[in-house]
Design a protein. Structure first.
Lengths: 306, 447
C-alpha cells in the first residue's frame, strides 16, 4: 500500500436532480504520490474534484485532508486546484495573474513576491513576466495555469487535465515541473484523458464509471485483475494472405495481423505455424503487454473519449 | 443557396430570444415611451404649467385676471401656499413675492406671476407704459414663461374685453379727439355687457372658453406666444430668479443626464465580466480560494463604483472646461451625488449580470432596461417637459432621482440636507440591487 494517506475520500455521494453523479466513491492519495483518476466523460471525475475543492456539497460520505475531516464550506488552504480550463485573466500579465491568485490564496507582501518569483522561474516565464498572457502560446498558458494553483505551496494538488491541448514537447515540460514538486513531497491527483500519460506517470490509477470506482491499483494490478496475463502478438507479413489467419485480426492493407495469446511460450509457435500454413512469411513480430487502454475497454466497454 | 441561407437565418432568429427582443420589442418599447412623452394622449395628461400668482394689486381687475387665469385649462394656478413653503398643503397663506420666489427656487413651480400694484392702469395701454406683470422664472424650464406670457395676453383680451375696449377708446380719444355724446353713451352701455359676458366665460365651462378665446394651447407655443410675451395687451417682464447660472444650468443637467445613462451601460458591461469568468472557469477557480461570493461581489461593486465616479467626474470636468460649468463651487453636493449615483449604478450592473445566463442575454436585456430607464428617467429628455403622469412614472427609475439630485446641487444651489430624498432613494435602490445580485449569484456557489 502507498505511504500515509494525505487525502482520503470515503463513500462520496452526490446527485444532481435525478442524475447520480457520485454513487459512493472512495479513494486515498498517499504522500508524494501522483494518483491517476480515469473515467469516461460523465463518469463523475469532475464532480469528485469539485467536491474535494469545496465547490460541491456532498450528499453523503466524507473527505479528509491530512487526517482531518473537511466540511463542505471550509477553506482548503493545504489544497491546490488546477482546473482544466485556462482560468486566468487574459488582459493581465503573467506576473499580475500570479499576484492575483497568490493574493486570493492569502499570500501577502514579501511572501507573495518570493512565490511569484519562484513561479516565474518554475514555469520558465521570467523573461515574459510583463506580457499580457493573451499573447502566450497554449503551452505557456498551461504552465501559468498550473503555477497559479500551486503558488501558495499546497501539499496536495488536484490537476484536472493539466496537459489538455498542448504539444508533446510542452507536455513533457509540464511533467518536469510537476516532478520537481513531487520531489518536495507534494501529492497530486491527476485526472486525464491521456492513457499513455497515466500509464507512464502514475504508479497507481483509479478508474471511475457511473459515479463509482470500478478498479484501482497499479497498472500491473489492473491488468492482472482484468485482462489477466494475456499478451498481444502482432505480425507483419510479406503480403496479404488469401484467407484469414485463425485467431488473429487483420488490419490496414491486410499485411498486419494481431491477436491475444494466453501464454507466450506455448502460443507464439502456434501463431507462426498458422502464418506459414497460409503461405506467408513473417516480416516483423511484436509481443506487447496489454495497455491501460485494454484495461479501460475491458472495464467500461467503451473508449475513454466516448 | 439563398433559400438555404434564409432558412439558416430564420432558424437562428427563431431560436434567439435576445435577437427577437432587440429587433421587435425594444423599438416598440421606445416608440411607446416617446409617444407618451411627446404625444400627450389627450388633454387629461398633457403637461399643464403650474404657476404661482402673487396679487400685489388687489383690485377688482387683478382679481378678475386671476379668476380668468384659473379658468385656463393649460394652467394650474396657485394663489396660496403652505406657510413654510411648498404648494400642496391645506393650511395655506396667500403667496407673496418672497414666497413665490422661494417656490420657484425650490422647484415647486417653474414660474410665478406677479401682478404689480397699479395693474389696472397698466393693462391694454397700447403705449407700452405702466407697471409690467413680472414672470419670476426658473430658466431650466424655458417653455413655461412663454406659455404663461402668451396665456396672459390672451386672457386680457378674451376675459377682459371691456377693459380692452375702454383703454382702446381712451387711446383713440387721445389721438383723434373725444367721442360724441351719443357714441359715449353707446360705449358706456356696451361695457357692462362685455364685462358680464367675459366674467361668465371665465367662470363657465370649457365650451364658453373655447368660444371666447379658442384653443388655449394655441397661445402657448410658437412665435405668437413669444411676441405676446414681449409686448401686447399686458406688459410682461421675465425675471429669472435663478438667473446667475442661466447659461450653464442646463449644461449641468445634460452632463449628469448623459453621464448617468452611460454609467449604466458601463456598469452592466463591466459587471458582465462576471459572466466571462463563469465561462472561462475563472470564477470557479477564484471561489475555490479564500475568496467567497460576497467578497467577490463586494470587490466588483467597489471597482464599478470607483469607475463610475471617475466617469461622472470626467464628464463634469469636461463640462467645466468646455462649457464653463461652475463645478468648483458645488463640490460637496457633486461628491455626494456622484458617490451615490455611481454606487447605485454599480449595484444595478451587478444585478443585471447576475440575473443573466449569458453575455448575449446581458447585452440585450441591459440595453432594453437602460434605454427605457433613461427615457423615463430624463436622461434623454428632461422630465420637467414631460406630462405629470410621465414625470411620476419616471420616479420608478434611479436616473430620475440621480438627475433630480444634480439639479438641486447645480441649479437650485440646495444645501446637502436637501439631497436627503434623492440620496435616500438611491441608497434604497442600491441595497435592493445588491441584495438581488447576491441572491442570483447563489447559483454559482456550492451546489
Amino acid at each position: 500500500m502507498q505511504a500515509m494517506a494525505v487525502l482520503r475520500v470515503e463513500d462520496a455521494k452526490k446527485a444532481f436532480g435525478a442524475t447520480q453523479a457520485l454513487s459512493g466513491v472512495s479513494l486515498e492519495l498517499g504522500e508524494g504520490e501522483l494518483l491517476g483518476l480515469l473515467g469516461p466523460n460523465g463518469a463523475g471525475k469532475t464532480t469528485l474534484v469539485r467536491a474535494l475543492a469545496g465547490r460541491v456539497r456532498l450528499d453523503g460520505g466524507t473527505v479528509e485532508l491530512f487526517g482531518r475531516r473537511l466540511s463542505a464550506t471550509e477553506t482548503r488552504d493545504g489544497l491546490g486546484v488546477v482546473p482544466q480550463e485556462i482560468a486566468l485573466y487574459p488582459l493581465l500579465t503573467a506576473r499580475e495573474n500570479l499576484e492575483a491568485f497568490g493574493s486570493f490564496n492569502g499570500l501577502r507582501g514579501a511572501a507573495l513576491r518570493d512565490r511569484v518569483a519562484w513561479a516565474l522561474e518554475w514555469t520558465g516565464l521570467s523573461e515574459r513576466a510583463r506580457e499580457p498572457i493573451r499573447r502566450f502560446s497554449g503551452g505557456m498558458r498551461r504552465r501559468l495555469n498550473i503555477a497559479c494553483g500551486v503558488l501558495h505551496e499546497p501539499r496536495v494538488i488536484l490537476l484536472d487535465e493539466p496537459t489538455a491541448g498542448v504539444d508533446p514537447q510542452s507536455r513533457e515540460r509540464i511533467y518536469e515541473m510537476l516532478d520537481r514538486l513531487r520531489a518536495r513531497g507534494v501529492s497530486m491527483l491527476l485526472t486525464t484523458h491521456q492513457l499513455d500519460e497515466a500509464e507512464a506517470r502514475c504508479r497507481r490509477i483509479v478508474i471511475v464509471d457511473h459515479g463509482r470506482v470500478i478498479a484501482a491499483g497499479t497498472l500491473g494490478d489492473l491488468v492482472r485483475d482484468t485482462v489477466g496475463a494475456r499478451r498481444v502478438v502482432t505480425v507483419k507479413l510479406d503480403r496479404a494472405p488469401a484467407t484469414p489467419i485463425e485467431g488473429l485480426t487483420g488490419e490496414g492493407d491486410g499485411t498486419i495481423w494481431s491477436g491475444p495469446v494466453r501464454d507466450v511460450d506455448a502460443d507464439l509457435a502456434t501463431v507462426l505455424q498458422r502464418v506459414a500454413a497460409a503461405g506467408r512469411t513473417v516480416a516483423d513480430l511484436e509481443v506487447r503487454q496489454p495497455s491501460l487502454q485494454s484495461v479501460f475497454l475491458h472495464l467500461t466497454g467503451r473508449e475513454l473519449r466516448e | 443557396m439563398i433559400r438555404t441561407l434564409l432558412r439558416i437565418h430564420w432558424t437562428n432568429l427563431r431560436r434567439d430570444r435576445v435577437a427577437q427582443l432587440l429587433a421587435f420589442v425594444v423599438p416598440m418599447a421606445f416608440f411607446t415611451i416617446f409617444a407618451l412623452i411627446f404625444g400627450g394622449r389627450g388633454n387629461s395628461v398633457t403637461r399643464r404649467v403650474h404657476v404661482a400668482v402673487v396679487d400685489e394689486s388687489r383690485t377688482a381687475v387683478s382679481r378678475r385676471l386671476v379668476r380668468a387665469l384659473k379658468a385656463e385649462k393649460s394652467l394650474v394656478v396657485l394663489t396660496r401656499a403652505r406657510a413654510g413653503g411648498g404648494s400642496r398643503d391645506t393650511a395655506r397663506v396667500p403667496i407673496d413675492r418672497a414666497r413665490a420666489e422661494r417656490l420657484v427656487r425650490d422647484g415647486e413651480v417653474p414660474l410665478a406671476l406677479v401682478l404689480p400694484a397699479g395693474l389696472d392702469t397698466s393693462l391694454a395701454r397700447f403705449d407700452g407704459g405702466g407697471m409690467p406683470v413680472q414672470l419670476l422664472s426658473d430658466p431650466s424650464d424655458p417653455i413655461a414663461p412663454q406659455v404663461v406670457g402668451g396665456m396672459l395676453q390672451k386672457v386680457v383680451m378674451t376675459a377682459m374685453p371691456d377693459l380692452f375696449l375702454q383703454r382702446g377708446i381712451g387711446q383713440f380719444e387721445r389721438y383723434t379727439g373725444g367721442l360724441t355724446p351719443k357714441q359715449r353713451t353707446a360705449v358706456d352701455q356696451w361695457l357692462p355687457m362685455l364685462r358680464a359676458r367675459a366674467e361668465g366665460d371665465s367662470t363657465g365651462g370649457g365650451s364658453a372658453r373655447a368660444g371666447a378665446g379658442g384653443d388655449s394651447s394655441g397661445a402657448a407655443g410658437g412665435d405668437s406666444a413669444r411676441a405676446a410675451a414681449m409686448s401686447g395687451m399686458a406688459k410682461v417682464e421675465v425675471v429669472p430668479v435663478l438667473g446667475r447660472k442661466q447659461d450653464t444650468g442646463m449644461i449641468s443637467f445634460y452632463a449628469a443626464a448623459i453621464a448617468v445613462m452611460f454609467l449604466l451601460f458601463t456598469a452592466s458591461a463591466v459587471a458582465g465580466t462576471l459572466l466571462d469568468e463563469v465561462d472561462s472557469g475563472t470564477l470557479e477557480r477564484v471561489l475555490s480560494t479564500r475568496v467567497g461570493m460576497t467578497g467577490l461581489l463586494a470587490g466588483k461593486w467597489t471597482w464599478l463604483t470607483l469607475l463610475g465616479m471617475s466617469q461622472i467626474t470626467v464628464m463634469f470636468v469636461y463640462a467645466m472646461l468646455a462649457f464653463r460649468l461652475d463645478l468648483l463651487h458645488h463640490l460637496p453636493g457633486f461628491a455626494v451625488m456622484t458617490f451615490f449615483t455611481a454606487a447605485t449604478a454599480a449595484a444595478f450592473g451587478l444585478f443585471l449580470a447576475s440575473m443573466c445566463r449569458t453575455r448575449a442575454q446581458l447585452g440585450g436585456i441591459s440595453m432594453l432596461i437602460i434605454l427605457v430607464m433613461s427615457a423615463l428617467g430624463g436622461s434623454m429628455f428632461p422630465r420637467i417637459f414631460m406630462t405629470a403622469a410621465m414625470q411620476k412614472a419616471g420616479l420608478v427609475t434611479f436616473n430620475a432621482w440621480a438627475l433630480d439630485g444634480y439639479v438641486k446641487v447645480f441649479w437650485r444651489e440646495a444645501p446637502l440636507t436637501a439631497l436627503l430624498p434623492q440620496v435616500g432613494m438611491l441608497a434604497g435602490f442600491m441595497v435592493v440591487f445588491l441584495a438581488l445580485a447576491r441572491l442570483f449569484a447563489r447559483r454559482w456557489e456550492r451546489v
